[in-house]
Design a binder for this molecule. Structure first.
Ligand code: 5GP
Ligand code: ZN
Length: 117
């Protein structure tokens, strides 16, 4: 399933405003919002407004729009005081994907925080 929105998908519900989120960025194609279960304060998810299950499905031109916003969010997190930033994108259950609507995690990191990603 790809390219529109899916009724059963939590991130599509966030896109449609049916589920609340703390949005930090929005444009025509992309939104970024805070993860409900953050690794650190500021852990942000960047998603395409259209539904694609994973990186295999998303067209390259949509992926480009997504990664440009990932970069903006990473810079903002760094400016807000993080010592570093992890960018993570999981595909398939075996790789830890739980929500099957493509997303990038942008995770603030701090010296000595001992988090394994
Ligand atoms: P995945 O394991 O699929 O890469 O990551 C999914 C992420 O989505 C998890 O970090 C989880 O905390 C987050 N998440 C799941 N449901 C919701 C939700 O309803 N709202 C928000 N803001 N984040 C969610
Ligand atoms: Zn979706």
């Amino acid at each position: 399933m790809s390219g529109k929105t899916m009724d059963s998908c939590v991130f599509c519900k966030i896109v449609k405003g049916e589920l609340k989120s703390q949005k930090v960025y929005e444009d025509e194609n992309v939104i970024a919002f805070l993860d409900i279960n953050p690794i650190h304060k500021g852990h942000t998810l960047v998603i395409s407004k259209k539904h694609y299950d994973n990186i295999y499905e998303i067209p390259e031109e949509e992926l480009e729009k997504l990664i440009v916003v990932v970069k903006k969010v990473a810079i903002a997190i760094k400016k807000l005081g993080a010592d570093g930033v992890n960018i993570v994108q999981n595909n398939d259950e075996a790789a830890g994907q739980r929500v099957f609507h493509i997303h990038f995690h942008v995770v603030p990191r701090y010296h000595g925080d001992k988090i394994k990603i």
